[in-house]
Design a protein around this ligand. Structure first.
Ligand code: ZN
Ligand code: ZN
Ligand code: ZN
Length: 463
């Protein structure tokens, strides 16, 4: 909610009531402590210090506003919780940046000299869809006719002369749903993680050949590290953004023991992406050969020619995509069945993808697909990395948790004025609910969250 949008009178009343309470500052402090989470968990409970001589309650939510403590939800989806998602993106950025620029999180600065490439791998076409394009003069027509206008076998135009706005609901929708290959589209999403794995294998082989080594000798001298993020395109198919780096074989971030630069790595990625194939079974008809699309974008990072990406930009770009997910796109974060479709009010294209996924899931070769229908068949992780790219999200979260725990422990010590040495600390918590108590509280928390994010983004941009 923005301050300019119309706030209903009862919500205004709730805001006024909250702000007028004597414990408002303490409440606002709790909102800050849970990172302005949009749906914090409300806990009730206490911390007890037990010693040989007795026990003493040193902290209790009884003294808190509404007798609860707010704990952040931790959801990484921007549409669910902007604040927790922002924190997740920040952690991702740390991880990505450490692996690209070094000098932090246990990665040496010398990592900057390792060949590193930012690559975007797309899916192939499954039929023409409405799209935005640009040529040298600016935004261009969606699908101009080439020569004599022709209708498809279903009597629909194969062209579109519109210049679509960014929010045009037609974007990503097929020109003709009957021409569109829905089963192949869903099969691509389903098999995309395996296609990526094949790519990394093909890439190692390509690099070995380029450098005149056997696969075994290459593995002894060079390691391929990557971090990748899956993103849904408008048409409902996943593509991958990845940072791919070469290094030495050990765990200590040494340079590769072969003579290779980022430009040669780019060539190898382009070659491997064009080569890789995955043959999969289809219920009705012949096997399907899956491959990446011909739209492949590669940019060298660090030591590349002028005009290519800095580690900062590459990290920011991928971290941004890590917080986007299928729900920004349509079906939602929860599992669904075709019976629930009329309630979801999704575009016809998404509706057809879900139905197709459900039908494919009946086939033994696609066992398990029913559980991933809401992801249009994509079952992979939205963000994943090879073991030695840099640090892990777990380690970054652990550092932050330890910092918060130290803060909490200090706070509790202050509260308890605790001088006994043999103290047993017992905490007991009970779950009260999720989210703020009133719409007014939510409005207050979210506007404070937006202000805090603006401040942090300004600080990040200035860094
Ligand atoms: Zn949250
Ligand atoms: Zn169009
Ligand atoms: Zn058609």
């Amino acid at each position: 909610m923005t301050p300019t949008s119309a706030v209903p009178p009862h919500v205004v009343d709730q805001i006024v009531t909250r702000a007028g309470r004597p414990d408002f500052d303490r409440w606002a402090d709790q909102v800050i402590r849970c990172g302005h989470c949009a749906h914090p968990v409300r806990l009730r409970g206490q911390v007890e210090h037990r010693t040989a001589t007795g026990r003493q309650v040193t902290y209790s939510t009884d003294g808190e506003p509404d007798r609860v403590l707010l704990i952040r939800c931790g959801n990484r989806r921007a549409a669910v919780c902007p604040s927790c998602s922002y924190e997740y993106a920040g952690d991702m950025w740390q991880l990505l940046y450490a692996g690209a620029a070094g000098g932090r999180k246990g990665v040496p600065e010398s990592i900057r000299s390792h060949p590193l490439v930012f690559a975007t791998l797309t899916a192939p076409g499954f039929g023409p869809v409405h799209t935005t394009r640009a040529d040298r003069t600016g935004p261009a027509r969606c699908r101009p006719t080439l020569g004599k206008p022709k209708l498809c076998p279903h009597g629909r135009p194969t062209w579109c002369t519109a210049i679509h706005a960014e929010d045009d609901p037609r974007l990503g929708q097929p020109l003709c749903p009957d021409c569109y290959d829905y089963p192949a589209h869903v099969a691509f999403n389903w098999h995309a993680p395996e296609l990526w794995r094949r790519l990394t294998i093909t890439l190692r082989r390509t690099l070995a050949r380029q450098t005149g080594l056997t696969a075994a000798e290459f593995a002894r001298r060079c390691r391929l590290s990557f971090v990748k993020v899956a993103e849904f395109q408008r048409r409902g198919v996943v593509h991958f953004h990845a940072l791919i780096r070469l290094g030495g074989p050990g765990d200590d971030y040494q340079p590769p023991q072969i003579n290779i630069n980022a430009t040669a790595l780019t060539d190898a990625i382009r070659h491997a992406a064009a080569q890789v194939r995955l043959t999969v079974a289809m219920p009705d008809g012949p096997d399907l050969v899956l491959r990446f699309g011909t739209q492949l974008d590669t940019q060298t990072v660090n030591g590349g020619p002028v005009g290519e990406l800095t580690p900062e930009h590459a990290a920011r770009y991928i971290a941004k995509y890590a917080t986007k997910s299928a729900e920004d796109f349509g079906p939602g974060p929860r599992r669904i069945t075709p019976e629930a479709l009329p309630l979801l009010n999704v575009p016809q294209h998404v509706d057809q993808l879900i139905r197709t996924a459900w039908e494919l899931g009946m086939h033994p070769a696609y066992e398990g697909l029913h559980r991933w229908v809401h992801m249009l068949g994509f079952r992979g992780h939205f963000a994943s990395k090879s073991r030695r790219y840099s640090t892990t999200l777990g380690a970054i979260r652990g550092e932050r948790r330890a910092y918060r725990q130290r803060q909490t422990a200090e706070q509790i010590r202050e509260l308890a004025d605790d001088e006994q040495d043999t103290t047993l600390v017992v905490a007991s918590w009970e779950f009260v609910g999720v989210g703020y108590l009133t719409a007014g509280d939510t409005a207050l928390a979210l506007s404070a969250a937006a202000r805090a994010r603006e401040r942090r983004q300004a600080a990040r941009d200035a860094a």
